[in-house]
Structures are given as structure tokens and as C-alpha cells.
Design a protein around this ligand. Structure first.
Ligand code: GLU
Length: 299
């Protein structure tokens, strides 16, 4: 992997990196790679020792996260030889931070309630486009057709008062107008112009959870003083939204290093469902921490 161990450093700031897993399964080799990548970017042998490494538990999705997976994250990372700062921030303990950001965006007139179900959205898109293959798709799925953006204040209130669950969406056109042109610096791609419009009116607070991945991760990276976000290139598109949220909410912009993903011997991407690849299985099968670090590319 060409970008192995060549992270950029933010100017004049100690490097602060993080590994931010969701406890929805056991960590696999791909996670070991991401964790070791972040760790080495802050604490690698050639750095001056001022770097900091943070572990954050991204557990907003109560339906999918399990305490036993969180416990396993700590055990597996410690077994691999990583050390992180205490206390560990758990997103589910800090929902008030996300709520106040939503309040702020709402006061700026950039959010609207969306009462649509998935089926409503699909039907609306198909009615408008005639055929599913004509549907514009963004990184998180089909672009929302804007149905609930058209509702009057009275309709919104009536639906909310009647107990219909709603998500909060970002009014992307207004948000972009408020933010202006934006860019970020990526270690692999250099200066990247932000194109948050590729997401359409993205959900910032889900119906079942009063926040979302995009909102929580952006706020937490700021609150925890992260200066270099390292993560897999599968999350590269998400940075378009994160950069916009930083601007709208007055948050710091870290540098980014979207790294390649570790693939299995047969070329497939490693995923949580590949049970045989979990760190615990490797450990139970007699591999040592240095074996696993070597398999993840960090001997
Ligand atoms: N929690 C996310 C995941 O497990 C990673 C978030 C990030 O690195 O931005 O995929």
C-alpha cells in the first residue's frame, strides 16, 4: 500500500489522531490496520513524542451496538499493543453536544423535519423519474427528492403534534449558500474542493436516534482536538459533508488522510461478517500480537 506510514502533519500542531470504531461486531484485520495507522501517525518512532492518540466509541446506533463488542475493542487493541488516552469518549454519553449543534443549525434555518418513510421516498422518486435506474444516487443512497421541504410550517406542526416520527434533514442548497466554497487538505489527494451537494438533503438526526454519523463524528473530532483524521478511503466522500458542517458550526478543520483498505488474500474487502478474520479468532488460533501487526502491514 503506497500511502502506508506517510501521514501528513498539521502545521505547528501536535498530531492528534483517533480510531473511532462502532461496537457492532468484533474487530477484524482491517480495523487493526486503521487503528495502527492512526496510532503510528501520532506516535510513530520517527515523531517527536508530542503526538496523541485517541480512541472513541461511536455507539449512537443503540440497536446495533453491544457492550460485549465495546469490551472486546478495548481488549483487542490492548492485546495489539496500543495505548490510548482516558477517559474514552462514548458518543452515546454525549448526545447533548449533538443536540446543541442541531439547535444551532435549526436557528440558522438550515434544517427541516422529514416525515417520509423509506417506502415514501422510493415511491416519490419512482413517480418523478419513471424508472429506478434514473434515480440520482449519492454516497449515502438515493438523493432525497425534497418532499418534506415543501411542507408549510402548519403542516409540519400538525404532523409532529400527531406523533409522526421525523428525521431532521439539512437544506443543502441553503447550507451551501451560507457556507460558500470550501476545501480540505488530504494527504493522498492534496487540496480537495468540497462538494457536499453530492449527498442532497442529508439526514443529520435520524428518526430513531437524535443524531447521525456525519454530525457526531464532525463534532467529536472538533471537541477532542483531533488534528489529523485518518480513516479508510471508503469514507472519503463523507468528508464533503463534514467539511460543510465544520464551516456551518464554526468547528476546526483537521487534515485528512484517507488510506487504502486492507483486502483479503482473494482481493475482497475485509468486513465484519468475515468471522475468520477477527482479531480474537487470530489470537485464539495462536497468532501473536506481532504476527497480527505484521499481517495488518505494521510490523
Ligand atoms: N465509526 C466509523 C466506523 O466504524 C468510523 C468513523 C470515522 O473514522 O470517521 O466505520
Amino acid at each position: 500500500m503506497s500511502d502506508l506510514q506517510t501521514p501528513i502533519r498539521s502545521e505547528n500542531l501536535p498530531v492528534v489522531t483517533r480510531f473511532a470504531p462502532s461496537p457492532t461486531g468484533f474487530l477484524h484485520l482491517g480495523h487493526a490496520y486503521a487503528a495502527l495507522f492512526a496510532y503510528r501517525a501520532a506516535k510513530g518512532p520517527n515523531l517527536d513524542g508530542s503526538g496523541r492518540f485517541i480512541l472513541r466509541i461511536e455507539d449512537i446506533d443503540a440497536g446495533r451496538c453491544r457492550p460485549e463488542f465495546e469490551t472486546a475493542i478495548y481488549e483487542d487493541l490492548a492485546w495489539l499493543g496500543l495505548e490510548w488516552e482516558q477517559p474514552v469518549r462514548r458518543q452515546s454519553d454525549n448526545l447533548a453536544d449533538f443536540e446543541s449543534a442541531l439547535d444551532r443549525l435549526n436557528r440558522m434555518g438550515l434544517l427541516y423535519p422529514c416525515f417520509c418513510t423509506r417506502a415514501d421516498i422510493k415511491a416519490e422518486i419512482e413517480a418523478a423519474n419513471g424508472a429506478p435506474h434514473l434515480v440520482a444516487s449519492g454516497p449515502d443512497g438515493p438523493i432525497y427528492p425534497g418532499t418534506c421541504l415543501m411542507l408549510s410550517d402548519a403542516e409540519r406542526k400538525a404532523r409532529a403534534d400527531s406523533g409522526t416520527p421525523f428525521a431532521l434533514r439539512l437544506d443543502m442548497a441553503r447550507a451551501i449558500q451560507a457556507a460558500g466554497a470550501l476545501h480540505w487538505i488530504d494527504a493522498v489527494q492534496g487540496r480537495v474542493s468540497a462538494r457536499p451537494e453530492i449527498f442532497g438533503d442529508v439526514v443529520l438526526a435520524r428518526k430513531d436516534i437524535p443524531t447521525s454519523y456525519h454530525l457526531s463524528v464532525t463534532i467529536d473530532d472538533h471537541l477532542q482536538g483531533v488534528t489529523l483524521v485518518t480513516r479508510g478511503e471508503d469514507l472519503f466522500p463523507a468528508t464533503h459533508i463534514h467539511r460543510l458542517l465544520q464551516k456551518l458550526l464554526g468547528l476546526d478543520t483537521p487534515a485528512y488522510h484517507h488510506h487504502g483498505l486492507l483486502v483479503a488474500a482473494d482481493g475482497r474487502r475485509l468486513a465484519k461478517r468475515d468471522k475468520a478474520e477477527t482479531i480474537r479468532d487470530l489470537r485464539q488460533n495462536g497468532y501473536s500480537p506481532s504476527d497480527v501487526r505484521r499481517m495488518a502491514g505494521f510490523p
